[in-house]
Design a protein around this ligand. Structure first.
Ligand code: 3EB
Length: 343
């Protein structure tokens, strides 16, 4: 029997809410397990926020997670976390000005604490990580800050004995203007099923032209969420074919290519589960480098999926730098559907 069959998975649920809906839920005493806020206030312990401008009409939004059991919270070094005993949601906000040791060391320190937090919470398997690095394309002492970040991140994975190549979690890495290095993470007691994109070289196998150490993430991750549902976490996806950026300077074509990559990831994921995922029914976050591009990106989505598609209606648009200078747009998403993983 597989670990999945032996362990009864307590249900985890996620809902995309407006900020008032999210706050009402907390006020109800429904005690959310945790939330990921977009443009939300920075003083809610259960809902760490992303310090980026929200460009979509709905204003501040939050992905709010509900667990079924009693919640225990803890702090491990710079990592704050909450667990129901099976799932853990955590956040790190690490102020560079305080650390003053360079971005590689900063990332290594953050991730070392993240992995200690997983051990402390008893949930060792990472499913999804969200990374936000101030000035991601800035110079980090002869090497771009994102490339520095990749050095420290991969080193911490290796030091912790975590899968740094095949089996790495789904992730995104975006640039914010200022503030701390922000990392949010979701982990559980069962390793997810990693999914790659046949149109792209695995990011953890990118050649050295993109930096001395590869980025550490899988294109997507599938996990049983309990209660007969499967979650698909799709990493930040962009206009990359093989390992190369395509459609330089053309945000419309980059968005269309990104949709083709999302489709390829979804098709690959669907082959591994009885759950059915589809491009029009995702909860997406769309990151645009230039605010003025947001309506263009949205129009490409409308033309491809229709204005009424949930992916179009529920998408949150954020102003952020993408980790490659030549990328203008990146889309990440998750979805939940009934089914099971294939053995
Ligand atoms: C790419 O495909 C675009 O460094 O964690 C996407 C998702 C990207 C995650 C990361 C980077 C990361 O390479 C960039």
């Amino acid at each position: 029997m597989s670990a999945r069959e032996l362990l009864k998975v307590p249900p985890l649920r996620v809902e995309r809410l407006t900020l008032p809906q999210g706050l009402a839920m907390a006020a109800d005493g429904r005690s959310p397990f945790g939330g990921l806020g977009y443009g939300t206030p920075d003083n809610l312990a259960w809902m760490p926020t992303v310090n980026a401008q929200v460009l979509s009409a709905g204003g501040p939004m939050a992905d709010v997670w509900q667990a079924s059991g009693e919640i225990r919270s803890g702090t491990t070094g710079v990592a704050r976390w909450r667990t129901d005993g099976h799932w853990v949601l955590g956040a790190i906000d690490l102020d560079e000005a305080v650390e003053q040791q360079g971005v590689a060391k900063l990332a290594e320190r953050a991730y070392a604490d993240l992995f200690r937090a997983l051990a402390d919470s008893g949930c060792p398997h990472l499913l999804r990580i969200w990374n936000y690095l101030p000035q991601i394309n800035g110079d980090g002492g002869g090497l771009e800050r994102y490339r520095q970040f990749n050095i420290g991140r991969q080193q911490a994975f290796l030091d912790a004995g975590q899968a740094a190549f095949d089996g790495a979690p789904a992730a995104c890495a975006l640039g914010i203007r200022q503030g701390s290095l922000c990392i949010r993470f979701l982990a559980g007691q069962i390793a997810p099923l990693p999914v790659e994109n046949p149109r792209q070289v695995s990011a953890y196998r990118y050649p050295e032209t993109y930096g001395p150490r590869s980025p550490t993430f899988s294109r997507a991750a599938l996990a049983e969420l309990g209660g007969g549902d499967v979650a698909l976490f799709i990493s930040g996806t962009a206009s990359i074919i093989g390992h190369e950026t395509v459609h330089l300077g053309d945000v419309r074509a980059q968005t269309a290519e990104t949709l083709r990559n999302l489709t390829a990831v979804i098709d690959t994921a669907n082959a591994r589960t009885s759950a059915r995922f589809a491009l029009p029914t995702l909860e997406a976050v769309v990151y645009v480098r230039h605010v003025a591009d947001a309506p263009v990106v949205r129009q490409v989505l409308v033309d491809a999926l229709g204005a009424d598609a949930p992916t179009v209606r529920q998408a949150v648009y954020l102003e952020a730098d993408i980790c490659r200078q030549d990328l203008l747009v990146e889309i990440e998403a998750h979805a939940v559907a009934p089914g099971a993983l294939r053995a």
